[in-house]
Design a protein around this ligand. Structure first.
Ligand SMILES: CC(C)(COP(=O)(O)OP(=O)(O)OC[C@H]1O[C@@H](n2cnc3c(N)ncnc32)[C@H](O)[C@@H]1OP(=O)(O)O)[C@@H](O)C(=O)NCCC(=O)NCCS
Length: 171
């Protein structure tokens, strides 16, 4: 079977219906079509989709990151059901983090349902840490974890050698 090849690109008007359907099908607080439309022209948003390289028309995954000064917020990310557990989210989120890092952004925040073990697993694998729990954040009294990823590394001079320690190890 031919391996699926895919690439990220900025979302366009033509992608919005697919993204809205995927939001409705999977998210606890789905984005409406009109809110998604607004993100297309929001200069503080990175709204990317991942599409197959053959047709560039099927949305396999998407994400929205909002930038605010030196912080960013991952507002939504999804991989289509039939393409999950193949590393797409990890690869895609690393690309988004790299883009933010290049724009001098120092951290990425997000909120995730405490029940969403797959997303929590993804974020923890990438180095996000839980900073607090927000009670009843989602409908049906579902709580959320706020998580953060610190992009920057701090350098510490040790007597013998220089060590680089990721800031995510510090609270
Ligand atoms: C969360 C989501 C984006 C993960 O996408 P994915 O492409 O399947 O994830 P990946 O294949 O890149 O997995 C990366 C890591 O995430 C974690 N993970 C992914 N799916 C998991 C699952 N079903 N159970 C536990 N951990 C899981 C694992 O740590 C995995 O690493 P591993 O493969 O080495 O175990 C996807 O399940 C999804 O779209 N869910 C619905 C939308 C959603 O909940 N978005 C997050 C809102 S905050």
């Amino acid at each position: 079977m031919k391996k699926l090849s895919y690439s990220p690109r900025p979302a366009t008007e033509d992608d919005i219906s697919q993204v809205a359907e995927l939001e409705k099908g999977s998210m606890l607080k789905p984005w409406s079509k009109s809110s998604l439309d607004e993100e297309l022209t929001n200069e503080n948003s990175i709204f990317w989709v991942v599409t197959d390289d053959d047709t560039d028309s099927e949305v396999l995954a998407y994400a929205i990151v909002r930038k605010a000064l030196n912080e960013s917020h991952l507002l939504t990310i999804l991989v289509k059901k039939e393409h999950r557990k193949q590393g797409i989210a990890e690869w895609f989120l690393r690309k988004l983090i790299n883009k933010c890092e290049k724009e001098q952004i120092e951290s990425m925040f997000l909120d995730v349902s405490v029940k969403n073990t797959s997303a929590i697993g993804l974020y923890q694998k990438l180095g996000f840490i839980i900073v607090r729990t927000i009670k009843d954040f989602y409908p049906d009294n579902i709580s959320a974890y706020s998580m953060v990823y610190k992009m920057k590394q701090i350098k510490i001079d040790l007597p013998e050698k220089e060590a680089t320690i990721e800031r995510k190890n510090f609270n």
